[in-house]
Design a protein around this ligand. Structure first.
Ligand SMILES: Cc1ncc(COP(=O)(O)O)c(C=O)c1O
Length: 392
């Protein structure tokens, strides 16, 4: 993205702000499609990564389906025009009422998370997949690892077997689902998981419409070429996918939209203590919690041409953990300069909060020519409106 775009966006909409490059989203989807060439497949976009209505509609128009994990994400998917058949529902602890809504509207597939969920399923017909937990270590951050026995998602193969044998007649088993974690950069956990799935299908002699292999493709946060190697994936994993012999569904979030998002922020102070340098910016953990929550690395660049310093880039919240980058070598900015935090398109805005009564930043899309405001900045009125109870 050109420096001028950041400067213009900041001038027009103020900082901090989220900026999305639509051309980059298209390019990344194309990369996924090329990687999977020769595999009968469908990609569903994981709304949890980014649920801006304009962006999910843009992805719908590109041909992706919707992967939702809550009734509200489901309603949003419908409201922007996804057909129910293009939606897959995930998540644990779904209530009977939620299951009823999904089943009544004939959603494409409900990924059932437990035996208990089957038991509380309303007596309505539905298309389901069972979420298998293959006990594979995705070798990613523990908070975004989901495929180990100790994780809360899915069921082990023995339980899946019991579920299949005792499936009520209103439920049609159309697929198996497996999502072992997010930000996976090594192909071997994928291969281990898909091998177990294939073995299970053969042992159970299942006749399925598709296999859903979840998401998890990792991106190159550190800009050192260590994201998921799609050439390697194509060479080693794609033959396994073909070998399933049925269409493959994917639920990708981060890989599609992560690198297309930028958080533009302004320097408010450059502070030097006896021990360290701090660059204090107007974005904070309330805008982007990943560094504080997962110790995640995000590349940061200041649009300044000064000498290099090593500094912590921090927000202005009353919390020591309010850090965007630690001990980072950066070009020394001055108050008023702009900084750009990279790769924030996924799990950025969707994980934002009002901590310290921070107001959520605006979201802006760039189509290569024009900037378009796709969510305005939150106001204090927006936030306190929820605290007014005229009926009391
Ligand atoms: C069930 C499921 N599917 C898909 C995704 C998307 O993962 P990613 O953004 O890593 O592609 C997630 C995220 O954790 C998930 O839990």
């Amino acid at each position: 993205m050109d420096k001028e775009v950041f400067l213009t966006a900041a001038k027009k909409f103020g900082t901090p702000l989220y900026l999305y490059d639509l051309k980059e989203i298209e390019k990344r989807f194309e990369m996924v499609e090329n990687t999977l060439l020769g595999v009968n497949h469908k990609v569903f976009f994981a709304f949890k990564a980014n649920s801006n209505p304009y962006l999910v509609d843009f992805l719908r128009a590109l041909g992706l389906g919707a992967d939702v994990v809550s009734l509200n994400e489901y309603k949003l998917a419908l409201s922007v025009g996804f057909r129910t058949s293009e939606i897959v529902v995930n998540g644990n602890g779904k209530t009977t009422d939620e299951l009823k809504t999904y089943a009544e509207s004939k959603v494409g597939c409900i990924n059932v998370d437990s035996l208990e969920e089957i038991r509380r399923f309303p007596n309505l017909s539905a298309r389901i997949a069972i979420r298998i937990n293959p006990n594979v270590d995705a070798k990613t951050h523990p908070h975004i690892s989901t495929g180990l026995k100790k994780n809360k998602f899915g069921v082990d193969i023995q339980t899946a077997s019991r579920m299949i044998r005792n499936l009520p007649s209103n439920l049609k088993l159309v697929g198996l689902h497996c999502h072992i974690g997010s930000q996976i950069t090594n192909i071997s956990p994928f291969m281990d998981a898909f091998r177990s799935l294939k073995d299970f299908i053969e042992e159970e002699n299942l006749n399925l419409e598709f296999i859903n292999i979840g998401g998890g493709w990792g991106i190159d946060y550190e800009h050192n070429g260590k994201g998921l190697n799609v050439r390697n994936y194509r060479e080693k994993v794609v033959p396994m996918l073909r070998n399933f012999g049925v269409p493959v569904h994917l639920e990708l979030g981060r890989f599609i939209i992560g690198p297309a998002g930028y958080l533009v922020t302004q320097v408010k102070e450059v502070k030097t203590t006896a021990l360290k340098n701090f660059v204090v910016v107007d974005a904070s953990m309330s805008d982007l919690i990943r560094p504080s929550l997962y110790n995640a690395y995000h590349h940061i660049k200041f649009l300044s041409n000064d000498s290099q310093i090593v500094a912590d880039v921090v927000g202005r919240l009353c919390e020591s953990g309010d850090i965007l980058a630690k001990d980072r070598k950066i070009s020394k900015p001055k108050t008023g300069d702009l900084g750009v935090v990279y790769d924030v398109g996924a799990y950025g805005y969707t994980m934002s909060s009002n901590y310290n009564l921070s107001l959520r930043p605006p979201e802006v899309a760039f189509d290569g020519e024009k900037l378009k405001l796709i969510r305005r900045r939150e106001t204090l009125e927006d936030v306190v409106r929820l605290c007014k109870y005229p009926e009391n």
